[in-house]
Design a protein around this ligand. Structure first.
Ligand SMILES: [Zn+2]
Length: 392
């Protein structure tokens, strides 16, 4: 076993990172890991951090010197604690928030400057380096330009274009690809004990998004929601159905965002109250109200973002269905994404032309862009579902 086991379908990236962790001549102190959502950026970043800290099992002996890297054995204390996120010299900024603030980055820089306590390096992983305002990025820039020799910055973003050119040019880039569905399925079987055929169907349906594939394989509700989304394509016969379907898609996304947020919001609020020294049920002193308001605003923004993410995901699912329709219409020799919806795909393919399919895919693409541009979700989706209805 090794720390790279869960980094699926990325042999090239793993080779570069593994070499850097073991060969000082190949080491760089600022990295930019890029790859589409679900390609495993944060998994790769943690694995790299573990490989950097790895001492090998012999390093666990009391008083053992900080020797050369064990290469990410996956068994030593340094490896296991880094992967678990509890290694004292690892800092991970995982953004549930919409933006990483300038204060957070200043704190990170202070942390980065400290000598590692037990590890070989102080590793700072920023999972969404693209969620920073330009001013914040400039503060970070100074830190990664001349990092202390014991510090390693690992920034992650969907693509190199998502970070400022100044950051890009000072980092060594590693690009993750979309892993093959077979590799994702293997991981689900090996790590999560999923049945092989369920794993493969889920990996295909999730278009190799590892986290999503896992959820589809293990959560029947997630599968039902996805099926309901795809069913929209079949159900829309006229404008009335289209408007209804758009409303349903928005409602489902809202419900999912609320369900995902409820527990976490309550925990955060309780923590804040404890931190402020306010007892459960007490009236909030006026001087503390702004801090609670700040938390509530952050939570609201996060819910809105989550809802948009869920909607975008639904549209990617719909897009995959029409992609399959086009595959059938053109007689292309490639696998369907939605093997379990093959019958619906064939019906849609028989009832329309490739031109119509392309136009529908364009409508979905437009709706995604409009959502990204903060158009009201219902408006963007109605325009889309109306364009999906059968033409004459
Ligand atoms: Zn190790």
């Amino acid at each position: 076993m090794s720390v790279w086991d869960d980094v699926v379908g990325q042999p090239d990236a793993v080779a570069v990172l593994e070499r850097a962790a073991t060969d000082p001549a190949a080491m760089t102190h600022a990295w930019l890991l890029t790859g589409p959502p679900g390609s495993g950026r944060s998994v790769a970043a943690r694995a790299f951090a573990a490989a950097l800290q790895c001492t090998g099992p012999e390093g666990d002996a009391p008083g053992a010197p900080r020797g050369p890297s064990g290469g990410g054995c996956g068994r030593c204390r340094a490896c296991t604690t880094t992967l678990a996120g509890t290694h004292p010299d690892l800092t991970v900024v995982a953004t549930d928030k919409v933006v990483i603030t300038i204060d957070e980055v200043r704190d990170l820089i202070t942390t980065a400057s400290r000598t590692p306590s037990t590890g070989r390096f102080r590793v700072i992983v920023v999972e969404d380096a693209d969620r920073m305002a330009e001013r914040t990025t400039n503060v970070l820039l100074k830190a990664i330009e001349e990092p202390p020799p014991h510090t390693v910055w690992v920034l992650c973003a969907p693509s190199a274009q998502d970070v400022l050119p100044t950051i890009r040019s000072r980092c060594r880039g590693v690009v993750l690809r979309v892993p093959p569905a077979g590799d994702v399925a293997d991981l689900l079987v090996r790590r999560d004990g999923v049945e092989p055929d369920v794993a493969l169907a889920a990996a295909r349906a999730a278009q190799s998004h590892v986290g999503l594939a896992r959820r589809l394989a293990r959560d029947p509700d997630a599968r039902r929601r996805r099926d309901a989304t795809l069913d929209v394509a079949r159900r829309i016969r006229g404008v009335g159905d289209a408007v209804l379907a758009a409303g349903e898609l928005v409602d489902v996304a809202k419900a999912e965002a609320v369900a995902a947020a409820a527990e976490r919001d309550a925990v955060e609020r309780a923590e804040l109250m404890r931190g402020l020294g306010v007892q459960e049920g007490d009236t909030l002193p006026p001087r503390l109200r702004s801090q609670v308001k700040q938390l509530e605003d952050d939570q609201k923004r996060r819910a809105t973002r989550h809802q948009r993410d869920v909607l975008d995901r639904a549209m990617v699912d719909l897009l995959s269905l029409y992609r399959d329709v086009l595959v059938v219409q053109l007689g292309a020799e490639v696998e369907l994404v939605n093997t379990q919806h093959a019958a619906a795909v064939r019906t849609l393919a028989a009832d329309s032309t490739p031109e119509q399919t392309v136009r529908r895919m364009d409508a979905i693409g437009t709706a995604r862009e409009r959502l990204e541009g903060n158009v009201a979700p219902l408006l963007a989706l109605e325009a889309m579902t109306v364009a999906l209805r059968p033409q004459g």
